[in-house]
Design a protein. Sequence first.
Length: 89
Amino acid sequence: MKSDISNFQSNARKHAKRGDNGDLLALAQAVRDARARAGLTQAQLALVSGVSRDTVIALENGRHGVSLGHALQVMNGLGLTLNPTPVKR
């Protein structure tokens, strides 16, 4: 059995990977902070929001692939709202 560290890293669990988009990471932090303030686990938030725990995990990690509808369901479950703002160029 091979115990090479490079082999271990390539097998990292999918839910542990973080996104790299600044906007998604900001949303992730807001959701994580609101969930902590509410005293909810990821599983409890998923149940309240009507989404899977994997969706909550993906959202809290700022990963691409979470639908806007599911993100809004989670935000609604936490009492958060989305306020789009223009990007300064």
